[in-house]
Ligand binder design. Structure first.
Ligand code: SIN
Length: 277
């Protein structure tokens, strides 16, 4: 492999990194890759040839592994969660804007997704920069948000009566009895760069602490409308051998569900994070 090169995918998030084989990445290149992720929110690496063991070994270079409670595990590898949609299914996993594990007291740092089986076209993943969304707010709203904390939960998504229970993904998912709830500041500092980031998301955030859901909804909807502005996004188009690493603190993501009749199988490993402040 040649020298590591970094190209931005969009003005506010995303970088494609070439010139490295992640199975044999040096410590220096690993530091550069981690720095790139901290600043760009998502890193795409193409033409990698990762076995499940290689995927796990690469994940351990980033930190400890958080085993997902809800997704099916891949065969003999409990560390690897399968994000899958069969030819016969209509609902996908992650088909709405979200950030993984915000319902945990110490949310995951990020995830490493490896493309295993892809539709002929479609199945892209969109990312949104929470730093750019925060920066776009007025000073007045920033000051208000600085004093707010938000309540997050997984229960309405993965619980017995949750959103997925009513879909054709129900039989694949597990952990319906596990309750996961957490409170985090509505604006956090990125643990590496210190940048201020909006930390609420449409999937898992229920309301602001001390506010009702009805009171919270208009402000949350406004914040989501800012984060959904397309100029803050980047789009990953997967190909065989593609691997993406994303940072859950600084980005949201959205798995586009536009490939009905085709199978898509991704392997995800989630990396532990730190408490947010
Ligand atoms: C996820 O939300 O973790 C899945 C992303 C994807 O399948 O593109």
């Amino acid at each position: 492999m040649g020298e590591m090169q970094i190209m931005s995918l969009a003005p506010h998030c995303g970088a494609e990194v070439t010139g490295i084989d992640v199975r044999a990445i040096s410590d220096d290149d690993m530091v550069l890759l981690q720095r790139t992720l901290a600043h760009s929110g998502v890193v795409l690496l193409r033409d990698q040839q990762l076995t499940p063991e290689d995927h796990i070994a690469f994940a351990r270079r980033w930190g400890d592994i958080d085993v997902n409670n809800y997704f099916p595990a891949n065969g003999g590898y409990p560390e690897i969660a399968e994000v899958r949609k069969a030819e016969t299914q209509f609902v996908n996993i992650g088909g709405g804007w979200h950030t993984d594990h915000s319902y945990d007291a110490v949310p995951a740092m990020g995830s490493i997704l490896v493309a295993r089986e892809l539709p002929p076209v479609g199945g892209d993943t969109l990312f949104a920069s929470m730093g750019a969304a925060y920066d776009a707010l007025s000073d007045g709203l920033k000051a208000t948000l600085g004093g707010l904390r938000a309540v997050h939960s997984a229960d309405h998504i993965y619980g017995h009566d949750g959103i997925y229970a009513k879909t054709d993904q129900a039989a694949d998912l597990k952990g319906h009895d596990i309750s996961a709830n957490a409170v985090h500041p509505a604006v956090i500092h990125h643990p590496v760069t210190g940048r201020k980031l909006l930390y609420v998301n449409p999937a898992f955030t229920l309301h602001f602490e001390g506010w009702t859901r009805e009171e919270s909804a208009p402000l949350l909807q406004y914040l989501y409308s800012v984060a959904m502005r397309e100029e803050f996004h980047c789009r990953l188009q997967w190909a065989p051998g593609s691997v993406a690493v994303w940072d859950n603190r600084s980005t949201w993501h959205f798995a586009v569900n536009d490939y009905h009749g085709h199978k898509r199988l991704m392997h995800r490993i989630t990396i532990s994070g730190v408490a947010l402040s």
